[in-house]
Design a protein around this ligand. Structure first.
Ligand code: AMP
Length: 283
């Protein structure tokens, strides 16, 4: 596996691939890798001759400084996992490689896509930071295709919208959420859970599945109340939001006869760790 810390050397390598007409698949991450990340690498390897991954904990997308400081960093283990997965190159930039001017450049959007719901509302500035870093990584790596997880479904839509609006020549592929055996969505943040919290965590996905089974017996409103009640019955949880929204618009649905597919989205604190998950609710 090739290993780059500097944008310049990564660019040189990419140029040599492009010169030979080789297509590149790319998986941007913040490191602390788990099997969910590796599933994206595997999908890229299936689709492309060369696959790269970036490891960069982007300070610009954290609205909470403590969350940034607490974010797990496991670079050595990440590199080993990527080597074992057959990844071809890894880009591990410092902040000065991503933001050479010191501060992130302005983004060419009047309004940030999907910023007025869920993660956009709860984490002011988050998607602005995501857009900046992904746009910059795409400039350096120039991938033909980039892979993002449905685990961060709203982020996936934001990136697709960014690519559309900026007319970037990169295809965005969404990949399904990988889960632990007990159903909890794999996440780097799970490492921050105490043993007790980790034991309680499967309640999130179990509740989403149970809720889905109650459609259409319960109305949207009744179901929302039921989900919030069920999770809040364990005092270790503090729900940030639970929403049922159109899969392409992210607008809350009012009833089950909605014309487009819908999906349930949840964000909850478990202790001090904030976890998100989502599940398609329409068949
Ligand atoms: P992160 O390092 O958390 O920013 O995640 C990097 C990429 O991996 C994002 O596109 C995530 O949506 C994706 N990802 C994170 N967790 C999972 C998971 N459990 N299953 C599939 N993809 C995931």
């Amino acid at each position: 596996m090739q290993y780059f810390r500097f944008a310049g050397e990564c660019r040189e390598y990419i140029k040599s691939l492009k010169y030979r007409g080789i297509k590149i698949g790319f998986v941007p991450t913040m490191g602390a890798l788990h099997a969910g990340h590796i599933s994206l690498v595997s999908q890229s390897k299936t689709d492309h001759l060369v696959t790269g991954c970036s490891l960069f904990v982007n300070p610009d997308q954290f609205n909470d400084k403590r969350d940034f400081e607490k974010y797990p960093r496991t670079e050595k283990e990440d590199v080993t996992m990527l080597e074992q997965s057959g990844c071809d190159f890894v880009f591990i930039p410092g902040a000065d490689e991503i933001y050479p001017q010191g501060t992130p450049e302005k983004i060419p959007f009047d309004t940030i896509p999907f910023n007025n719901v869920m993660e956009g509302l709860s984490r002011p500035g988050h998607f602005r930071g995501v857009i900046r870093v992904v746009k910059r990584l795409f400039e350096i790596v120039e991938p033909d295709c980039a892979y993002f997880g449905e685990k961060d479904f709203q982020q996936l839509l934001v990136i697709k919208e960014m690519v559309n609006k900026l007319k970037l020549a990169v295809q965005i592929t969404g990949c399904p959420t990988l889960r632990e055996q007990d159903g909890i969505a794999m996440s780097s943040r799970n490492a921050n859970l105490s043993p007790d919290e980790r034991k309680a965590a499967p309640l999130i996905y179990r509740t989403l599945l149970d809720a889905k089974a109650k459609i259409p017996a319960l109305s949207v409103l009744q179901l929302k109340k039921w989900v919030i009640g069920k999770i809040s019955s364990d005092p270790k949880f503090r729900i940030d939001y639970f929403e049922i929204a159109g899969e392409t618009t992210l607008e809350p649905v009012a009833g089950w006869d909605h014309a487009q597919p819908y999906r349930a989205f949840i964000a909850t604190f478990l202790g001090t760790t904030r976890l998100i998950d989502n599940l398609r609710f329409s068949s």
